[in-house]
Design a protein around this ligand. Structure first.
Ligand code: GTP
Ligand code: MG
Length: 170
């Protein structure tokens, strides 16, 4: 089918929350228990069809680890959607979302970039952040919210589809 548009999406969040795993599950339908930390940045594309329209996604994934980070304002430039990932079993990664949002708002020249907060690793039993708390955060910052597991594939496709839907509507 004819590709209507290409959208640039950004994955951000602390190290080890599962950004690369979500991306790999979405683009290749694979999952690795011993995924290597991202060094610098990575990029994958995928086409999706929504309501009969084909959209090409260019998805950028960056290192959460400070020492591997080569984040520059150019990473954020022209981003139309941002996926802010935290780990539902690690409260610190949820708290750090504030910092990631600030960074996003500082560098994004497009103020109306659509944001999706993703609570990942819901397959694990030791949850530290409740859905209610996360929804309150999402409302306060006017972001979308979804929970996922890159391991079981829960919510992964939905995350990208809902974000793209919102970008297209905006
Ligand atoms: P950086 O590249 O360092 O920023 O980390 P990242 O956010 O890309 O995390 P990554 O995808 O490398 O995943 C970190 C670890 O968590 C890996 O061992 C994954 O196998 C594991 N992991 C990722 N997603 C899930 C999930 O949904 N459930 C479970 N149980 N483990 C996950
Ligand atoms: Mg990574």
């Amino acid at each position: 089918p004819e590709v209507l548009t290409t959208l640039k999406l950004l994955m951000i969040g602390e190290s080890n929350v599962g950004k690369s795993s979500i991306l790999l599950r979405f683009t290749e339908d694979e999952f690795y228990e011993n995924m290597q930390s991202t060094v610098g940045m990575d990029y994958k594309t995928k086409q999706i069809t929504l309501d009969g329209d084909t959209v090409k996604l260019a998805i950028w994934d960056t290192a959460g680890q400070e020492r591997f980070r080569t984040l520059t304002p150019s990473y954020y430039r022209d981003g139309q959607g941002a996926i802010l990932v935290y780990d539902v079993t690690d409260r610190n990664t949820f708290i750090k979302l504030e910092t990631w949002l600030e960074e996003l708002n500082t560098y994004c020249n497009k103020i109306d970039i659509v944001k999706m907060v993703v609570g990942n690793k819901i397959d694990l039993p030791n949850r530290e952040v409740s859905i209610e708390e996360a929804l309150t955060f999402a409302r306060r910052h006017q972001t979308l919210y979804i929970e996922s597991s890159a391991k079981t594939d829960d919510g992964v496709k939905c995350c990208f589809e809902e974000l793209v839907q919102k970008i297209i509507q905006t």
